[in-house]
Design a protein around this ligand. Sequence first.
Ligand SMILES: Cc1ncc(COP(=O)(O)O)c(C=O)c1O
Length: 381
Amino acid sequence: MKQGQVHLLPSLNWKVLLDRPKSKLPQPLDSNQGEFYYTRNAIWHSLKYLQLSPGDEILVPAYNSRSEVQALADYGLKLNHYDTLPNTQVDTEALEKQITPETKALYIIHYFGFSQPLDEIKKITKMHNLLLLEDCALALFSKYHGKLLGFYGDAGYFCYRKYLEIPNGGSYVLSTSHSKIQEMNLTKPALLSTLPELAGLLIKPLSEHYSWFASLYSWLRKKARAKLRGKKIDSGISDFAREHVNWQVSKISKYILYRLEIPKIINQRIYNYNYLKQTLKPLIKKNNKIRFLNLEEQDGFVPHCLPLVVHDNVFWQQALAKHNIETGAWWHYDPFFPNAERYPNNNWLRQHILEIPIHQDLSKKDMDYIVQRVKNIITKK
Ligand SMILES: Cc1ncc(COP(=O)(O)O)c(C=O)c1O
């Protein structure tokens, strides 16, 4: 049978819907502090509980997905961008020089499941009396020194749907408890927003088996998203929308969440990451067209994807898409990012990082297929 679609994110097996619910969710999915449709909503709502005021300055990474910093800007915070190192780690020395008397908070992103150097970062935030906001949208379940990422700072943010087969869901955890959730006036999300995402997750398995269905699925998904999910810009990045900031996580997402085998999912992701990395290693040794990002997996690392360094991520994304392999060339282009040339490593990362899927649905056969296609592209060029 011809290889069907290899998706970047997992699909939903309808049988899960018939399973008995678990009695308890593991951290950080057990949040009762605030659960939202989008993580950007969680970020926006958390700011008042952190006692940040419009006009306060926050240090934010130039390498970002745009929606998280839009939430900060919409609240009225003054953004002071910093560049990361070329391996996405925070350059703590350079960062410290950017702190001004107006700086009230530091926003960090843990990319692809890797932890930022939290020991050094905590020293800086302590010394300068800054709040630490940890974005774990791409690092759900990852740990550092045995503790979950997101629990080191004053706030941690999580995006469930980037690791799990649910239509929406994001949350925050604040280090100081608050009992103001009722005051948030959270509202149900529009059904027409959740349903196409749910349908997409449910029909994905068909496209994994039949390549013609993969094309139909991708066409339908684009159409549905453009019509039903609020503002989208040409680069495909979705914007923060104040009119949706009170949307809470949908009931169906919670229903599915309680039925997922989280420990199994975590183990499978780690296994797939290691398998893919090991299988790609000989290929990488033999040529310099691709390489791994120079990062070490910490104990308790739960990968979001396998980030590869390539010469042109959009070229690679398109070349692999021709063979039904979906990859990420995230944040390649942000037309509204100010003075991008002032952040050379951010610019470089946006052109060169290719996110390869490793999620729980992938089989060894899928990963061997990815490696084979990567090899073909290298040898063709
Ligand atoms: C690093 C990071 N933070 C925050 C977000 C926002 O997540 P959501 O789309 O759930 O608002 C994203 C989304 O892509 C992201 O990549």
